[in-house]
Design a protein around this ligand. Structure first.
Ligand code: ADP
Length: 158
């Protein structure tokens, strides 16, 4: 069985993330969305809220689940018997950081492979921070996040 993990902050999940989840779910038998707990960085949504938001929108995919994790991604993967990391790439600016992370993870454990998926063009401008900024100032986030989360996120951000 081919298992993959899709790690990130997901603060909050956007349609760009969901697009990667949907496409990756077709490539792997099981996909785990892993919400990274970063003690140095307080997000807008706490970890449990992020997991709850993701749960609401992945229910339709039988082979996708969501968890939060602490510590090294490699350790999480070994505990869960996962060998592949899925990451999304939006622009050249993502590449440098993602290359560094992929090489570091491979150095820590050479059995781990990172697979990059290109953003869908319609989401290439989309990030969690842009969504928060727009919502904070009362802008419309329809089309940027899953429909069932629009109201929840708008209210919460204000
Ligand atoms: P961000 O806060 O920048 O949205 P995250 O850490 O939550 O990023 O992202 C997790 C992963 O999802 C990263 O690999 C990131 O490149 C990818 N990603 C984020 N937004 C998009 C998008 N619009 N299209 C494709 N991949 C994306």
């Amino acid at each position: 069985m081919k298992k993959a993990v899709y790690p990130g902050s997901f603060d909050p999940i956007t349609n760009g993330h969901l697009d990667i989840i949907e496409r990756a779910s077709k490539l792997f038998d099981e996909l785990t969305v892993a919400v990274l707990v970063n003690p140095d960085k307080k997000g807008m949504f706490d970890i449990d809220e992020r997991v709850e938001l993701i749960k609401k929108v992945i229910a339709q995919y039988d082979n996708v689940n969501v968890v939060s994790f602490n510590g090294l991604l490699i350790d999480f993967m070994n505990k869960n018997d996962i060998d592949v990391i899925v990451k999304g790439l939006r622009a050249v600016s993502d590449f440098e950081y993602e290359l560094q992370m992929a090489l570091m993870n491979n150095k820590l454990d050479a059995t781990k492979e990172t697979v990059f998926m290109m953003t869908s063009a319609k989401y290439s401008f989309l990030s969690s921070s842009a969504v928060k900024q727009v919502a904070k100032f009362g802008g419309c986030i329809e089309g940027l996040v899953p429909d069932e989360l629009v109201e929840l996120i708008s209210k919460r951000v204000k």
